[in-house]
Design a protein around this ligand. Sequence first.
Ligand code: UDP
Length: 476
Amino acid sequence: MEPLKLYFIHYPTAGHMIPLCDIATLFASRGHHATIITTPVNAQIIRKSIPSLRLHTVPFPSQELGLPDGIESLSSLIDDIRHFPKVYHAISMLQPPIEQFVEQHPPDCIVADFLFPWVHDLANKLNIPSVAFNGFSLFAICAIRAVNLESSDSFHIPSIPHPISLNATPPKELTQYLKLMLESQLKSHAIIINNFAELDGQDYIRHYEKTTGHKTWHLGPASLISCRTAQEKAERGMKSAVSMQDCVSWLDSKRVNSVLYICFGSLCHFPDEQLYEIACGMEASGHEFIWVVPEKKGKEHESEEEKEKWLPRGFEERNAEKGMIIRGWAPQVIILGHPAVGAFITHCGWNSTVEAVSEGVPMLTWPVHGEQFYNEKLITEVRGIGVEVGAAEWTTTGFGERYQMLTRDSIQKAVRRLMDGADQALEIRRRAKHFQEKAKQAVRVGGSSHNNLTALIHDLIRLRDAKLPSPDTPKG
Ligand code: UDP
């Protein structure tokens, strides 16, 4: 059998690029030719964490748009959101050079992020299938599709298998945009989800396929599938700000399930006042922690005065034994995989969620933006593997003056609910371990994600071979 030639086109932000590159390695591990289409700076990052992948680069128009050198991803802007519009513009300018390359060297199939809907038209033009990579859970996809923007209680979503009431009202513009992208992905042959079927549940798979007529392939969790070294895992997405060994030896000195890991993904940068409340809440809870804060915090030249805006005076000295603050990128999957980590305060980004599930770590949910408020409900009410911290504001363009902060009190209370060993916490922990087991089974030979990959590959080969002239067809 002739191997498939596949192109993978990622959206330039860590939360989209990391799982799609992992999925590409899956196809490569079955002997197919997988090429990632990326930009120069992202190519350097991918090479470090997945050296075996083939890459094709197209230029990122930083200079034309007056962007600082090295900015080729929304995730590189964690401390400087002024550049967001320019990066979005630059991303839209990637279309022509990518189209040109694909037209000149057409593959058998294109797998592209669902935020690039133009890829499906390109694939149609070339008469090849496109598969949309959707970085959300299927649960969130079903919920977004079901949101009724005309209704005054659009936070209440009745028509999905588990009716839910969100803790914040979905912003109208964002929801309209996501609905449009989800509609556009129906032009593709199918969608790939970075999850395993057991976590979304067959009821959601049936619901989606029945209401759209579109096929889903659960191939994840992406963080579990690629076989690579711990160091390569630590470099996923960006260069880690700490040495993986330092992190691991610090965790080695802690008791099982005693440490809280706190990280809000690659795009969320809370105001100083909110960081201050987190610090106070953590200190009051008395638990040990690893806390990831954006890079600017703690830069060498940060004055004591600046620091005290986000960190109580003497915090680091008092918590020298108890806590580790990572300023910048953390080796997240390595940390979550350590037995000392007992809970994860998370913004419910889908990758972080599925990474926590893969390691059996229960979650304290604190959604901020995007589709995170939907994921919160999957984690807490539907699967029972986390508790809510109490976030009630769905931010879209940063944290305005009227941002409703979560207080140290609500943070401390939520931490205690999960860490203090009461019956409810034990049950949540038990369920988290149950889903970890299911995740591991899914990616093993004969597991649901493993079988799905086999079936998807057969399907793509069938489509390719159906186009080839049969040996009996007369030529000319
Ligand atoms: N991540 C990491 N270190 C960090 C922050 C994030 O490795 O310090 C990784 C995390 O493991 C996940 C991705 O970045 O794979 C973040 O994706 P997610 O969907 O959770 O959130 P987003 O950044 O898209 O909001």
